[in-house]
Design a protein around this ligand. Structure first.
Ligand code: TPP
Ligand code: DXP
Ligand code: MG
Length: 635
């Protein structure tokens, strides 16, 4: 049943500059406003792309919260933040939303720097209750803060840190509102016993038989010190207004309101879609058909998944783990072939890694497929449970490097540094989709210890693909093109940019070697020493922050006493800043990691070495980016 007829007329929304404008409206007008807000959300995302289903599911919640509470003095914190589009439309950013996720435009998540109505930034899930409790305690210790409202989804609630926060909040007893937006969806259907528990609580509302948990079913939240209210219909705006007004009047401690919603609510194409149109590219509103990005080659994700299936067909010890990202990581492809060897642990990366460690200790060959950025959440598990015990967990690290519209919260910038400094780890980066196939085979065969291979979001270059992966010699890189003056040593897919830069430099009479390092650990020391001894300049490149591959190369050369100036050395990395969202190309341009930047750096370094005297480097030691600013905009 559609909750709204899509109309382009939005007279009520037109009058809303700030949430305070809502508070003068009648409940009837608020109903009309919700309808207009839903239409506007659909229209905006049909133009820009982004996260649609989640935003549609919280239209009524958004209107009710801003109508009842005194935002921004009352702090409204959205968990994940991918559902914040209606919130942004009501908080002075309606125009900015037309530039959603574009270079210089509105972020697709909440951001403190963007608005006082975004008291806490998000994008990684399950942080809202911890942050909200911080605001609540700051208030109780004298800060000028009103109420605190955390909106968290059923998926985000499956992460351990959400329960760490509930555990603490329930004991502290501070007044805080947690609104559980329960649409029985994560990106895909949720997994886990918590989901079963929530379904039991929600059953009456979902069955349309009333606003109360079934007799005898008490929520675990009550057991943990929260006043549990619900389940209530999260699309019944009038009911929500009454409930929130009542709770605001009466709450004297932590409150959890269990709101039952539908992801994609009010847009038939979203409601019908298996994923409820969680993440979409621009689409036709009438048909729901999305624009298809032109792809030259297969996606790295699909190449990974297909290669893993091929390996698993030969080896029953191979199992796959995802943390609620089966579609994004391609593990859903693996699951179709091996449902009993596939484990979706929910949004629980810490558990995923240590679970994989247990699987490895039990003699299996676990592939833990987690985006680089989300793997950050499990660092101690990687160190303490995997590396320290030398357990052969395989890490398939997707979304390595800059990812584009999701921006800095999703950039895979740090895994090279945070893995290659761990004893016993093997760290690889695929320079293209064929290399990725070989790296899956190499990881499958590697029982000597933990091994990771990284690859970017998006499609490959469409090169010829091997039928099967071959196991690579550990710690060995490969020379692609031979030259004599400059050596470009690339770790990852900047290799393509190196080859383009080589062409430009060769046209200027500069002879360039291009090599693919393949491994950041163990380093190919023989290759590095040979490149340094035979060239005037060695440049390392990586789609990672400083302190990664290039640093390890310099460490090695220092240890070998080869920093004697006979060969100039430069490292090209991501800048020491977070790069705002834009397209991947625009972000790599801001990072100065494209072919033109390689060419410019080489010419500058050669000129510098010709002058043979120290000049102040035109940068802070990175590849030309201005340092000092924490976040830089894509050019
Ligand atoms: C730590 C972390 N892991 C994974 C993700 C990817 N992710 C984004 S939204 C989402 C599902 C969230 O489900 P829920 O909280 O129920 O929100 P809904 O999409 O249903 O509105 C996931 C897994 C993330 N943002 N953060
Ligand atoms: C909100 C969130 O964290 C995910 O939806 C993420 O945006 C998915 O990223 P990809 O689109 O790269 O799979
Ligand atoms: Mg959900």
């Amino acid at each position: 049943m559609s909750l709204v007829s899509l109309s382009s007329q939005t007279p009520l929304l037109d009058a809303i500059q700030e949430p305070s404008d809502l508070r003068g409206l009648s409940d009837t007008d608020l109903l009309g406003l919700a309808g207009e807000l839903r239409s506007e959300t659909i229209d905006v995302v049909s133009q820009t792309g982004g996260h649609l289903g989640s935003s549609l599911g919280v239209i009524e919640l958004t209107v009710a919260i801003h109508a009842v509470f005194d935002t921004p003095r009352d702090k409204l914190i959205w968990d994940v933040g991918h559902q914040c589009y209606p919130h942004k439309l009501l908080t002075g950013r309606r125009e900015a939303m037309r530039t959603l996720r574009k270079k210089g435009g509105a972020s697709g998540f909440t951001r403190r720097a963007e608005s006082a109505h975004d008291p806490f930034g998000a994008a990684h899930s399950s942080t809202s209750i911890s942050a909200g409790l911080g605001f609540a305690v700051a208030r109780d210790l004298g800060a000028d803060i009103g109420d605190v409202i955390c909106v968290i989804g059923d998926g985000a609630l499956s992460a351990g840190m959400a329960f760490e926060a509930i555990n603490n909040a329930g004991a502290l007893g501070r007044r805080i509102f947690v609104i559980l937006n329960d649409n029985a969806m994560s990106i895909s259907p949720p997994t886990g016993a918590l989901s079963t528990h929530l379904d039991r609580l929600a059953a009456p509302v979902r069955a349309g038989s009333g606003d109360a948990a079934p007799a005898g079913v008490t929520s675990l939240f009550e057991q943990m010190g929260f006043a549990y209210h619900g389940p209530v219909d999260g699309h019944d705006l009038t009911g929500l207004l009454d409930t929130l007004r009542h709770l605001r009047q009466t709450a004297d401690g932590p409150v959890l309101l269990h709101a039952i919603t539908r992801k994609g609510a009010g847009y038939v194409h979203a409601e019908r879609a298996a994923d409820k149109l969680h993440g979409v590219s621009p689409f036709d509103v009438a048909t729901g058909t999305q624009a298809k990005a032109r792809a030259v080659g297969p996606s790295f994700t699909k190449v990974f998944a297909t290669a893993l299936v091929a390996e698993a067909e030969q080896d029953p010890r191979i199992v796959a783990i995802t943390a609620a990202m089966a579609g994004g990581t391609g593990i859903d492809i693996f699951a179709r072939s091996f449902p009993d060897r596939t484990f979706d642990v929910g949004i629980a990366e810490q558990h995923a890694v240590t679970f994989a460690a247990g699987l490895a200790a039990g003699g299996l060959r676990p592939f833990c497929a987690i985006y680089s950025t989300f793997l950050q959440r499990a660092y101690d598990q990687i160190v303490h449970d995997v590396a320290l015990q030398g357990l052969p967990v395989r890490f398939a690290i997707d979304r390595a490097g800059l990812v584009g519209a999701d921006g800095p919260t999703h950039a895979g910038s740090f895994d090279i540094g945070y893995l290659a400094n761990l004893p016993g780890f093997t760290v690889m980066a695929a320079s293209d989709e064929a290399e990725l196939v070989h790296m899956v085979a190499t990881a499958a065969a590697h029982d000597a210890g933990p091994i990771a291979f990284r690859y970017p979001r998006g499609e490959g270059s469409g090169i010829d693909m091997p039928v099967r992966g071959t196991v690579l010699p550990i710690g060995r890189g490969r020379v692609i093109e031979t030259g004599s003056t400059v050596a470009l040593l690339s770790f990852g897919t900047r290799l393509g940019q190196c080859l383009a830069a080589r062409q430009a430099l060769e046209a200027q009479g500069i002879s360039v070697t291009v090599a693919d390092a393949r491994f950041a650990k163990p380093l190919d020391k023989a290759l590095i020493e040979d490149l340094v001894s035979r060239h005037k300049l060695l440049v390392t490149l990586e789609e990672g922050a400083t302190g990664g591959f290039g640093a390890l190369v310099l460490h090695h050369l220092a240890a070998r006493g080869m920093l004697d100036g006979r060969c100039g050395l430069r490292t090209m990395t991501l800048p020491d800043s977070f790069i705002s969202h834009a397209s991947p190309d625009e972000m790599y341009a801001a990072a100065r990691l494209n072919a033109e930047h390689i060419e410019r750096l080489v010419l500058g370094a050669l000129a510098h070495s010709r002058r043979r005297h120290a000049l102040p480097l035109p940068y802070d030691g990175t590849n030309g980016t201005v340092n000092g600013s924490r976040t830089i905009a894509a050019e």
